[in-house]
Design a protein around this ligand. Structure first.
Ligand code: ZN
Length: 683
């Protein structure tokens, strides 16, 4: 009794490296060409019990000219047609496409090409559309077989029922001796109790009606069980019928070969011998072909591979950056909190030499949110010292607030960089009627920026431009990192924040040889000054107006500013982290338990460095109760009078001295003494 054969179709499994290679070829070689490109598919030779589908795999080596299956894979030979538009991909007539492919297969059968190269019977077509902006790949596989060719099964039995194990071992050795192409379809001859293996090209043409009784048409069966057969058997039957027409309407023995492992033994014992009835058809009748693959939803339709996370170079860059940081966690500082650094919102006031240095170092820490506030334009002297600008930027005299974020994104596209062009209102820089609206707006913009960020870096090149952000940063309890440069010296410091308790000297603790000041009692940049910041640009020569420094100073200070900020972020008390100051040179090194203030170590209040001696100090100072920027009296005045207070200060910096009663104190001072505190000199 004849019964229907049960077929299985290959299931496509595409490795991301395949799409990567396809993208490369599309961009660099094929461009707009839709010409078919040959590709290899791999089918595992040894049946794996872990896989329950007949997977045909493709990866980047699928594009190689030679099949390299390393004796572990059986080849499929296909072509990929990559459409230029999604419309072409969707709208091309799928029946026409598969018929064209089938016709081509038929020609290979008729011409005998498929006898020389039996892998052509395992043909497939891959239709694709690559959306390279989104890294979405639409694809549809087809494994064409003639729909009009029907095979009937008369009997089936496991091969070991017909041949003993010695002969099966011989058979396996002979099978393994075939090259990968001929392993797909071959002929077994039972000759005087010996099993011979022939390639199609060496045997098929010799066959006669009489000689086929000892012949088994063998094929590598992709089915995972021994009850069904890979659908490509129909192509094999078409080839046999065309070249051995005497078999039309006859039954013939076939061997569905499968390679399995039992313990340490690998063999063909699970292969199945079928007795099949070959139909009376001829190849010129094959005008309709079937074999499109169903998608994951078991529907006839294309699949989509979303490779964004695998292929988008921006995401690759991002992953690499964070991987680099994560390596710190492996051994050196396992408990470091990288998320808090990554998510810290940093405002850089000043996008000059220091601003560029700070931004680059923040990128190194994986900081994502960086905003520049600056009012300058890129000039020709800038690019050599200011690492975010180029000669071209200087030629077009672009605003730094515009160029800096763009160039930062060029370095690391994952950064969320912004720029705000803003003139920061300054004490003693008279506003006047015409500038009033603009100044009030600038104060509002700066206030919003400070409220919206976690860390404020003060990186401008004048003292008075730091006053307003110092006050606002303190008022809004933000981490403020200040950096200032001399010719061969630098100062990097953190500011204290407004405290809920009033300044109390008892909050200074002492342990032997050290002074400890709580974070909210630390002084600011202005705490050491007894004069209010005025217009420092007046009466200055060119060399005094520009920051003339040794070029390395800004890089050092910028890097220290970032490292100080990161240490503060890693401290559980954040801005309130205490600062240690060694007051006696005889003081012993601190107990690491106390000294390890945060996971990265001690957090100083300020760092003063001198390149003339390559020396560095870590002084810590208390908040000064008459400070013109951070004292309670100033903060209260701002709280009560807001913009009116600020406008008075902009008109005359002396107003600050009045509010803090510095004026009275100054009357008692000798002016020579005051000059010592000028910021021109760093101690
Ligand atoms: Zn202060």
């Amino acid at each position: 009794m004849a019964s229907k054969l049960s077929y299985v179709q290959a299931v496509s499994s595409v490795n991301p490296s395949f799409w990567n290679k396809l993208t490369e070829i599309k961009l660099n070689v094929d461009k707009l060409s839709e010409s078919p490109r040959p590709v290899w598919g791999y089918f595992t030779l040894l049946s794996k019990t872990t896989v329950n589908q007949p997977l045909i795999e493709l990866d980047s080596t699928s594009f190689n000219s030679d099949f390299n299956g390393q004796n572990m894979y059986v080849p499929f030979k296909g072509k990929v047609i990559n459409k230029n538009t999604v419309e072409d991909f969707k709208e091309c007539n799928k029946q026409d496409v598969i018929n064209t492919e089938g016709k081509c297969l038929c020609e290979n059968i008729v011409s005998g090409e498929a006898i020389k190269n039996p892998v052509l019977l395992n043909s497939f077509l891959l239709l694709t559309f690559a959306d390279l902006k989104k890294y979405h790949y639409y694809y549809w596989f087809s494994f064409p077989v003639p729909s009009g060719l029907v095979l009937e099964k008369f009997s089936a039995k496991i091969i070991s029922e017909e041949f003993n194990s010695d002969r099966l071992k011989q058979l396996y050795v002979a099978f393994q001796a075939l090259d990968a192409m001929n392993k797909t379809y071959f002929i077994i001859e039972n000759q005087n109790d010996k099993l011979l293996v022939h390639s199609l090209s060496s045997k098929l043409s010799e066959l006669t009606a009489e000689s086929t009784t000892d012949i088994y048409f063998a094929f590598f069966n992709i089915s995972m069980d021994n009850k069904s057969i890979g659908s490509q058997l129909r192509n094999y039957a078409a080839l046999i019928l065309h070249h051995c027409p005497f078999l039309k309407g006859k039954t013939q023995k076939f061997v569905a070969v499968s390679v399995t492992r039992h313990g340490s033994e690998v063999g063909l014992d699970t292969s199945v011998i079928y007795n099949l009835l070959l139909p009376d058809v001829s190849t010129d009748k094959f005008d309709s072909w079937v074999g499109w693959e169903k998608n994951e939803r078991d529907k006839m339709g294309p699949r989509v591979a979303n490779m964004k996370n695998t292929l988008d170079p921006k995401i690759i860059a991002e992953n690499s950056v964070y991987l680099n940081l994560k390596l710190m966690k492996w051994r050196i500082v396992p408990d470091i909190n990288l998320e808090v650094t990554e998510n810290a919102k940093c405002l850089l006031i000043g996008a000059g030499t220091l601003g560029c240095a700070v931004a680059r170092c923040l990128l190194g820490w994986g900081v994502r949110n960086i905003t520049f506030a600056d009012n300058g334009y890129v000039s020709h002297s800038n690019p050599v010292r200011q690492s975010l600008y180029t000669y071209e930027d200087a030629l077009s005299m672009k605003a730094k607030s515009e160029v800096a974020p763009k160039n930062l994104e060029k370095i690391f596209p994952g950064v969320n960089a912004k720029g705000v062009h803003i003139c920061i209102p300054m004490p003693g820089h008279s506003v006047g009627e015409s500038m009033l609206k603009q100044t009030v707006e600038a104060v509002q913009v700066l206030t919003d920026l400070i409220k919206d960020h976690d860390i404020i870096f003060l990186l401008t090149d004048s003292r008075e431009s730091r006053w307003l952000p110092t006050l606002l940063g303190c008022y809004h309890k933000k981490i403020v990192i200040n950096s200032a440069l001399g010719f061969d010296s630098y100062l990097v410091m953190r500011h204290g924040c407004s405290s809920d308790t009033s300044n109390n000297p008892e909050l200074v603790q002492d342990i032997e040889g050290y002074k400890i000041i709580d974070g909210d009692n630390l002084g600011c940049y202005f705490c050491n000054d007894v004069t209010a910041p005025g217009d420092s640009m007046k009466n200055r020569t060119l060399d005094q107006q520009c920051t003339v420094t040794r070029p390395g100073v800004a890089q050092i200070a910028g890097a220290l500013a970032v490292e100080l900020a990161v240490s503060i972020l890693q401290h559980e008390k954040r801005i309130k982290a205490p600062a240690f100051y060694k007051i006696s040179s005889k003081a012993e090194d601190l107990d690491p338990e106390i000294e390890n203030q945060c996971i990265l170590g001690l957090i100083p209040h300020s760092i003063r460095g001198f390149l003339s001696s390559f020396n560095q100090m870590l002084p810590a100072t208390m908040k000064y109760d008459k400070c013109v920027a951070c004292s309670d009296v100033i903060l209260n005045e701002y709280k009560e009078k807001g913009i009116d207070f600020l406008l008075k200060v902009f008109d005359s910096s002396k107003h600050l001295e009045d509010v803090t009663k510095l004026t009275e104190m100054l009357a008692d001072f000798d002016m020579d003494e005051i000059l010592e505190f000028s910021d021109e000199e760093i101690e």
